[in-house]
Design a protein around this ligand. Structure first.
Ligand code: PHB
Length: 388
C-alpha cells in the first residue's frame, strides 16, 4: 500500500512539475524552522532568501521565481518529510531548499531522491547529509570542516588538555569526533567530554564538570542562536575564565547575530568558521551594507543568512543557464563544480560529494568601535569536509 502511495505521489509530482513549468514559474519549496526554540535558525534562512530577492528581483532564466515557505516547527523529521512530500505533490515545486537542522534535512532527502528534486541545504551541517541523496547539495558548511582545523590550531597554540562539550545529535557528535581526532594528531589530549540535550539544555552542571576536569581549554559546539547565549552566560557565571580555562568553539557558539546579547564575556574566545560579518572583502562589505539597509542599523548578518543567500545565487545562476527549465539531472550537473564569490570568500561545490569547499577562518572575539566582532586572524584555505 505504502509503495502504491509513493508511486502515486510520483505521478502527481511529474504532473505538478509539468504544471509549474507550463505556468512559467520556478517554484522553490523552502522548509525552515520558524517556530519553537530553533525559530531563529529558520528566520535567518528566510531573511537570507529575502535579501537575495530584494537585490536580484524574482526572475531567473526568463521565469518568475516563487518561494513557498513552510514551517517545520523545530527538529521534527516526520513533519519535514510530510512538508517535502506536500511541496512536491501539491505545490509542484521544482526545487527543495532550506533545512536549518540536521534531522529535518536527513528526513527530506528520501523525498528528493524519490521525486528527483534538487534539494539545497542552507544550513544543516552534519557531514553525512549529502550522501543521503544524489539530489542534495550543501551551501553552508559541515561541523568536521570547521572543527578539524580548530583541533590543529589549538594543539599548535599551547593548548594541551581539552574537555569537550557538544550538543547530543549529528552535528555535535561530528564536531566532537573531528576536533578530538585532529587535536590528538597534533599532540593534544582530550581529558573528558559531555554531550548535552539538544533541546533547552541547562549548561550549569556540564560546565561544572568541565571546570572540575581542570583542562587548558573547553571545546564547545551548540546550535547557533539562543543556546550560544545561554552557554556563554553560564560559562561566565561558573568562573571558568577566572580559573584560567580557555574556550575554543565552532563559530556557531559565538556567531555574529548573538554577540551583542552575550556581551563582553565573549571577548577573546577563539573559534573557527566559514563566515564572519567582519570578513574583509568587497563582496562582504557590499553584503553587510545591503543587510543593514534591508533590516536596520542594529541587524547583523550571520553564517546562516549567508548560506541561504548563496544557495539562492546558485538557484538563479543555474536557472539562467538552463533557460528557466529545471530538469533535475541537468540542474544537479550544473551545481557540481559551481563557484561563487560569496560574502564569506570564494566557495565551490565539490562535484564528487556535492558539498561546499571553502576557507575556514580562525577568529577571535574583539571589540571594534564599541561592538564585538569575530576578527579573522588565520585561515585554512579550500577545506573539504574530511569525510572520516
Ligand atoms: C544542524 O542541525 O545541522 C545545525 C544546527 C545549527 C548549527 C549548526 C548545525 O549552528
Amino acid at each position: 500500500m505504502k509503495r502504491i502511495a509513493a508511486l502515486c505521489a510520483l505521478c502527481v509530482s511529474s504532473f505538478a512539475a509539468g504544471r509549474a513549468a507550463a505556468d512559467g514559474v520556478i517554484k522553490i519549496g523552502v522548509i525552515a524552522e520558524l517556530s519553537g526554540p530553533f525559530a531563529d535558525v529558520g528566520k535567518k534562512i528566510d531573511d537570507g532568501i529575502k535579501l537575495y530577492l530584494r537585490q536580484h528581483g524574482d526572475v531567473a532564466g526568463g521565469k518568475k521565481v516563487q518561494v513557498i515557505l513552510r514551517n517545520v516547527t523545530g527538529p521534527a523529521p516526520d513533519v519535514a518529510k510530510r512538508l517535502a512530500q506536500e511541496l512536491v505533490t501539491q505545490d509542484g515545486v521544482d526545487i527543495l531548499a532550506g533545512f536549518g537542522l540536521t534531522p529535518n534535512a536527513l528526513a527530506a532527502a528520501a523525498i528528493a531522491t524519490e521525486a528527483k528534486k534538487p534539494m539545497l541545504i542552507m544550513n544543516a551541517a552534519t557531514s553525512i547529509i549529502t550522501s543521503k541523496s544524489p539530489y542534495v547539495a550543501r551551501f553552508s558548511f559541515t561541523l568536521p570542516q570547521v572543527a578539524a582545523p580548530l583541533g590543529e590550531w589549538a594543539a599548535k597554540n599551547g593548548i594541551r588538555k581539552v574537555f569537550t562539550i557538544v550538543s547530543d545529535y549529528g552535528p555535535g557528535l561530528d564536531a566532537e569526533r573531528a576536533f578530538g581526532k585532529s587535536f590528538a594528531k597534533n599532540g593534544g589530549t582530550v581529558v573528558g567530554g559531555v554531550r548535552v540535550p539538544v533541546q533547552n539544555p541547562d549548561f550549569a552542571p556540564f560546565l561544572q564538570r568541565a571546570r572540575d576536569a581542570n583542562p587548558d581549554a573547553v571545546f564547545a559546539f551548540v546550535p547557533a542562536g539562543d543556546q550560544g547565549i545561554a552557554f556563554m552566560k553560564t560559562y561566565a557565571q561558573r568562573g571558568l575564565a577566572q580559573a584560567g580555562i580557555k574556550l575554543v568553539t565552532t563559530g556557531d557558539v559565538v556567531e555574529d547575530a548573538v554577540l551583542d546579547a552575550i556581551g563582553d564575556s565573549a571577548l577573546g574566545v577563539v573559534s573557527t568558521h566559514h563566515y564572519s560579518m567582519a570578513h574583509e572583502s568587497p563582496e562582504n562589505r557590499a553584503f553587510v551594507k545591503a543587510w543593514v539597509e534591508a533590516f536596520g542599523p542594529a541587524a547583523r548578518p550571520d553564517f546562516i543568512n549567508v548560506g541561504a543567500y548563496d544557495a539562492m545565487e546558485a538557484i538563479f545562476r543555474v536557472s539562467k543557464k538552463l533557460g528557466g527549465v529545471i530538469d533535475p539531472d541537468r540542474f544537479m550537473a550544473e551545481i557540481k563544480g559551481l563557484e561563487i564569490d560569496s560574502p564569506r570568500g570564494h566557495i565551490f561545490i565539490d562535484p564528487a560529494t556535492r558539498d561546499v569547499v571553502q576557507t575556514v577562518y580562525v577568529r577571535r572575539v574583539e571589540k571594534k568601535d564599541g561592538r564585538l566582532f569575530n576578527v579573522e586572524f588565520e585561515k585554512f584555505p579550500d577545506v573539504k569536509d574530511p569525510r572520516d
